[in-house]
Design a protein around this ligand. Sequence first.
Ligand SMILES: Cc1cc2nc3c(=O)[nH]c(=O)nc-3n(C[C@H](O)[C@H](O)[C@H](O)COP(=O)(O)OP(=O)(O)OC[C@H]3O[C@@H](n4cnc5c(N)ncnc54)[C@H](O)[C@@H]3O)c2cc1C
Length: 421
Amino acid sequence: MSPTASTKDFRVAIIGGGMCGLACAVGLAKRGIASDVFEAAPKFDEVGAGVGIGPNALRALKGIGVLDAVLARLDRDDRTARRMLYLSGTGAHEEVYDYNNSSEFTDADTGLGMYRPAFLDALLPLMDPKTAHFNKRCTSIETLDTGDYRLHFADGTTHDAGLVIGADGIKSTSRNAVVGERKVLQFTNTVAYRGLVPRDTLLQDGLKSDLSQRVHNFVGIDKHIIVFPIQSGKIINIVAFSTDNSVPPGSVAVAGPWVQSVPQQELLDTYAGWGPDAQLLLKYMKTPSKWFIHTLTPLDTFVCGRIALVGDAAHGMTPHLGSGVGQGFEDVFVLCQLLGHPTTTKANLEEVLKAYDTIRQPRANMVLRESFRAGVIYESYGKLGYGLGEMGGHLARIWEPIWRHDLDGDVAAAIESLKER
Ligand SMILES: Cc1cc2nc3c(=O)[nH]c(=O)nc-3n(C[C@H](O)[C@H](O)[C@H](O)COP(=O)(O)OP(=O)(O)OC[C@H]3O[C@@H](n4cnc5c(N)ncnc54)[C@H](O)[C@@H]3O)c2cc1C
């Protein structure tokens, strides 16, 4: 349970109760640090879709102290190799590239695919309900003469805190307090159609690809479809991407909501001419949701004074390497370790947050850039793009720097340098 009294001489306000905000609240509570979570929605909620969690993200969850609770909510078989198999989207789905051939893998490179709401089911019992505040849309953060902060909410109320963690997602308001109101968010011209389909249904209708274990990526010009199993392979999570490359990224502003329900026909028309397994997957996405994929231009810093950004608020990125939330979990792990250190007090919080920034900003922005690059590669297979055998050279080892990074080492080095100061 999250403590309402703190072992520290400061109290934390977390803006946003998505996967990263909740992980932060529980991770801090495990270190005896009190926090309040202010969520704009009337309850904690997650989209009913799958999410891929890489090996680095699993290590971060372990370090935060929530991995066992998460694993307890999953089927045993969900812990599978996340290494992608690339197939051609059109024709007979010939193998384009097998990421398994890219490197020597060990058990430490294992990740998982999970149903997003299962994450909430795992974490909510670990939180003190008194610390969760709903219908609290933060509109601005005011710096007080004391150096503390006053959060202003849309309902006219306020809350004061010594440390603010902005976990309010890619459309973050708290980000304005860190980088100002300059334009840092852009539409990538890519939309993603998402859906879940029972694997049995696909098999009965003649699915040829074995989707029970690995992540599959059907690639083509301006389009790709990423597919992976969740719930022990009973359910197949589908994300079908399509990009308008006739205009540069960032040149179009999305006027309506960023997530819309669309008729299935739009999806079928988009992938007309694709191969049989691709068509089968789309055939059973009866009520697809369409997501307008945005990315941040990399921020120079994730902190200002005693305000720190985590998750998509800091580095909202394209989902092409399945690493967005994993980078958020790494943020939370590093922040929890630094804030929970015995020498951390209100007096040195700014130094501590600078250490957080030094570790996290370069690495998360590297993943952001690589994710964008991966999307461009995926959607360059076929006529006028890469031929068979060419794509692998661009994708080989693309995940290794993400999956195999020594974050414990980063934290230990940061603590040493803080001690010296
Ligand atoms: C199609 C798609 C597929 C993806 N697949 C993967 C994947 O396989 N693996 C992976 O690692 N990542 C994936 N991602 C990225 C991943 O979903 C995000 O990185 C992750 O959800 C971000 O979590 P967060 O907690 O930072 O933000 P969010 O999940 O956006 O949560 C932010 C919370 O803050 C609240 N909020 C917003 N504004 C305010 C405010 N002003 N005041 C108070 N509360 C506020 C919101 O209501 C919300 O609850 C994918 C993304 C997309 C779009």
